[in-house]
Design a protein around this ligand. Structure first.
Ligand SMILES: [Zn+2]
Length: 131
């Protein structure tokens, strides 16, 4: 996902849209989809639900992870918006820090699945939330 115009710091860029489902339902759908690459379009809301960007989502679901992002997600009620953390030039790729939360123990397999290779100076080596 790349900027096509100049974006100013704090500008609201995208809304993360999709179907709102309970976390439990999202887990069931994930298990059923047999997705083994750990890739989903789930965005956690603080009320225990997730937005499933695979169902009626916007292009916001294509924004990649970086440990040094130029955007951040902000929840407003049950809506989620991506805001620019700094001025962004046309052609720059948009990133947010996924800060993924996973249930249970962080196994080696899980760490491999969510490894980060963003290459930023402060890369923490994972897309999982800092613990
Ligand atoms: Zn990284």
């Amino acid at each position: 996902m790349f900027a096509v115009t100049q974006i100013r710091a704090n500008e609201q860029i995208l809304e993360y849209k999709g179907k709102r489902v309970s976390w439990a339902q999202a887990q069931r759908e994930y298990a059923r989809s047999a997705a083994e690459d750990g890739h989903t379009f789930y965005f956690d809301l603080d009320d225990g639900r997730v937005i499933d960007g695979a169902q009626g989502g916007t292009s916001a679901r294509w924004v990649n992870h970086s440990c040094a992002p130029n955007c951040e997600a902000e929840q407003d009620g049950s809506r989620v918006f991506f805001l620019a953390l700094r001025d962004i030039k046309p052609g720059e790729e948009l990133f947010i820090d996924y800060g993924l939360i996973v249930e249970g123990r962080k196994t080696a397999a899980l760490k491999t699945l969510y490894a980060c290779r963003c290459g930023s100076d402060g890369c923490r080596g994972t897309m999982l939330a800092a613990s």
